[in-house]
Design a protein around this ligand. Structure first.
Ligand code: NAD
Length: 474
């Protein structure tokens, strides 16, 4: 059955429902409204939570094998609908179709791989008298709060581990990008029992309603560090479990032994993918002084060649910024760049257009304290910074509240690893950046997050840890 991508509903207890009031997202490439979506109320949330608890009672007793079968059917449906989902993603998020196809493929890869992981019960101690078993039991109802930059992958990355570990899950998409998330929940009605996977679209009040709800057991949140703090404070009232995947301000350190022509295209893509709107894109590029000028000039030429435009135009690499708020923030950063007399060697001016388009900008060696270095711009704006001393560059790379990702680039693996091992971040790469896999845990240090998702450790975050003490002789 082909996927209808013209009408959008909440999914509550496997029924497609709408609400009295509706709203709509905006196609950021032309500012035209996308179709209407529900605006859920507290009553809709209560209904979903009730259905989720009923589903959880039964689902928590199923085996991993049964859950894997249902989730494989879900993955099959995502695969069958890859093309309409990718095209919908471009329409709601703005990213070029090739990047939407990449996100859809990643969502599928996550759906297929997470269920191949084992969460075994382990015998911690066994004697003639007793056996102690360590096991992981599901929590209950998970609230999955998703941002607008990777709505499909990040929703699937919460849905699959929730259900695989025996929980029920309610997905709340960002009001900016509700469409793909509602559709995948709709696909879920074909393979899961009622109440297991539900999705509610809403306004800005729906997230806080979920974090406050006394009968939701865990919040898995991906979004900004500012909101993450609010989520945690709110969850504390009901002692909900919480995983926070938050913002980043990733440094990449380039040593002077790299092959500039090989690294320029890699770093160029890893700094401007998704128009810079990825939590762990390269956001501060530290280039050794011996290669600084050559690298800067070649990077500028490489990035200048990126085609900007509506996501369905051929060969577009830079789509629009996703929403007006973020667009205004980018404009404001450019004003600061001007006021502080910083030196853009590319971009810096936003031309008039129908969409939220910001051409890529590269800023030449701004002061470390400038806003463009200190803040996560979440727009295609990259500061280049010069370094000469290893100790000094490590200190500068670490001198931030954020700790999501970081990378070191060098042909000398020993040197690269020495530097990498001193970087304060949850994900550290040598000679790459932004590598992620469903079987590898992922998460941030410092204000970039609490806990991890994915991998076996990620599965455990959807469970309570339990010790079963079995005394053999009564
Ligand atoms: P955001 O924090 O504004 O919103 C994220 C989600 O939280 C949305 O669904 C929003 O509706 C909801 N929300 C807003 N206020 C809430 C509240 N008080 N209580 C509960 N929910 C609330 O973030 P965004 O602008 O959608 O996303 C961009 C940010 O997300 C960036 O900082 C980026 O770095 C970060 N991000 C992090 C990761 C990661 O894995 N670490 C991945 C993607 C994005």
């Amino acid at each position: 059955m082909s996927l209808d991508i013209t009408t959008f509903y909440n999914v509550i207890n496997n029924e497609l429902t709408s609400t009295e009031t509706t709203r709509h997202g905006i196609n950021p490439a032309n500012r035209q409204p996308n179709p209407p979506v529900p605006v859920s109320t507290a009553k809709d949330l209560d209904n979903a939570v009730r259905a989720a608890h009923a589903a959880f009672k039964i689902w928590s007793r199923t085996s991993f094998e049964e859950r894997r079968t249902a989730l494989n059917a879900f993955a099959d449906l995502i695969e069958e609908n890859k093309d309409p989902l990718a095209s919908l993603l471009t329409r709601e998020q703005g990213k070029p179709i090739a990047q939407s196809q990449m996100e859809t493929s990643m969502a599928l890869q996550w759906a297929r791989t997470l269920t191949t992981l084992d969460l075994p019960e382990t015998v911690v101690e066994e004697t003639d008298e007793r056996k102690v078993v360590q096991r992981y039991v599901p929590l209950g109802v998970v609230g999955a709060i998703v941002p607008w930059n990777y709505p499909l992958l990040l929703a699937v990355g919460k849905i699959v581990p929730s259900i695989y570990t025996g929980n029920a899950v309610i997905v709340k998409p960002s009001p900016f990008t509700p469409y793909c998330d509602l559709k995948i929940a709709e696909l879920g009605t074909r393979c899961f029992p009622p109440g297991l996977l539900q999705a509610l679209s809403g306004g800005d009040d729906l997230g806080p309603m979920m974090t406050e709800h006394p009968s939701i057991d865990k919040i898995s949140f991906t979004g900004s560090s500012v909101t993450g703090r609010r989520v945690m404070a709110s969850c504390a009232k009901t002692l909900k479990r919480v995983t926070l995947e938050l913002g980043g301000n990733d440094p990449a350190i380039l040593c002077d032994d790299i092959d500039v022509d090989v690294v320029v295209p890699k770093v160029g893509v890893l700094s401007f993918l998704c128009t810079g709107q990825i939590c762990m894109m390269i956001k501060r590029l530290y280039i050794h002084e011996n290669i600084y000028d050559e690298f800067r000039d070649k990077l500028v030429e490489f990035v200048r060649a990126f085609k900007m435009g509506e996501g369905n135009e051929p060969d577009v690499f830079i789509g629009p910024i996703q929403n007006e708020m973020q667009f205004e923030k980018a404009k404001n950063i450019f004003e600061t760049i001007q006021q502080d007399a910083l030196k853009p060697v590319l971009g810096g001016i936003i031309p008039e257009s129908d969409g939220y388009f910001v051409p890529p900008a590269i800023i030449d060696n701004p002061p470390e304290a400038s806003r463009v270095v200190q803040e996560e711009p979440f727009a295609p704006i990259l500061p280049l910074l010069k370094w000469s001393s290893e100790i000094d560059v490590i200190d500068r790379a670490n001198d931030t509240d954020m700790g999501l990702g970081a990378s070191v680039w060098s042909k000398d693996l020993e040197r690269a690893q020495r530097i990498a091992s001193q970087l304060e971040a949850g994900n550290v790469w040598v000679n790459s950046h932004f590598d992620v896999l469903p079987n590898i845990p992922y998460g941030g240090h410092k204000a970039s997050g609490i806990g991890v998702e994915w991998g076996v450790d990620g599965l455990k975050s959807y469970c309570n840890s339990q010790r079963l003490w079995l005394k053999k002789n009564l």
